[in-house]
Design a protein around this ligand. Structure first.
Ligand SMILES: CC(C)(COP(=O)(O)OP(=O)(O)OC[C@H]1O[C@@H](n2cnc3c(N)ncnc32)[C@H](O)[C@@H]1OP(=O)(O)O)[C@@H](O)C(=O)NCCC(=O)NCCS
Length: 197
């Protein structure tokens, strides 16, 4: 069922830092899972909270440093994924949006579905925040040299589909993706960043 609408407010994207990490921490403590694929995984959320509280600086570094990717996508040397995470902020922590890509290429490692990941904490959903955040990410992707980015959602994730379409995403195909099992149908969208206009 669609979330109830509240008056739209503006959000900004801010870079995660030690002073604002407590917003993320509070959301974990309320049971929010930052991983859309593990939304009901209480053990994962609790483990994340323990890790954060044990080593705040280390947790932040992990959030902002991409994995080193063995070259399953090209013949190049192993590379570190570029991650640009942002908190979605309306005066409080609302969720995150992350732009990710391989350095100097539009390609993605096989385990990652699309150039963008996002999640809004349940108590801030239905206010247009994810749509605003995706729109705000486009100039950041353009600045990184992208004319268009790939954004993917599960076929049954109607809210995410709506977010992508409202931000200008054009569906180019549907099907399984290596980032998930063969039974999960994903929708693949291209989203123009505006840099080629
Ligand atoms: C998907 C998600 C990011 C949307 O965040 P949000 O801030 O609530 O999204 P917005 O308010 O910007 O827009 C949601 C749109 O989807 C619509 N929507 C919400 N739930 C819906 C549903 N069940 N069916 C159809 N449409 C739905 C809303 O009505 C709104 O469209 P509208 O403005 O035309 O009415 C949020 O639900 C979330 O974090 N989900 C869990 C993580 C996730 O799925 N991430 C995306 C992975 S691809």
């Amino acid at each position: 069922m669609a979330k109830q609408k509240t008056t739209p407010r503006s959000i900004i994207l801010i870079e995660p830092s030690l002073p604002n990490l407590s917003g993320f921490e509070d959301a974990l403590a309320k049971g929010w899972s930052p991983d859309p694929r593990r939304q009901t995984d209480r053990a994962y959320v609790e483990a994340e909270l323990v890790t954060l509280r044990h080593d705040r600086a280390g947790f932040l570094t992990r959030l902002t440093s991409g994995d080193v990717i063995a070259t399953s996508v090209s013949d190049r040397e192993p590379q570190r994924l570029v991650l640009r995470p942002f908190w979605i902020w309306d005066g409080e922590f609302c969720g995150y949006i992350t732009f990710r890509h391989m350095p100097r290429t539009g390609l993605l490692p096989l385990h990652l579905p699309g150039h963008v990941g996002y999640s809004i904490v349940p108590w801030k959903q239905g206010r247009g925040y994810a749509t605003q955040a995706l729109r705000l990410l486009l100039p950041i992707a353009a600045q990184a040299g992208f004319e268009r980015i790939s954004v993917i959602c599960n076929e049954d994730n109607l809210a995410s589909r709506r977010v992508i379409e409202k931000a200008g995403g054009l569906l180019h195909h549907a099907g399984p993706d290596p980032s998930d099992g063969p039974d999960t149908i994903k929708l693949f969208f291209w989203l123009a960043t505006g840099s080629g206009l």
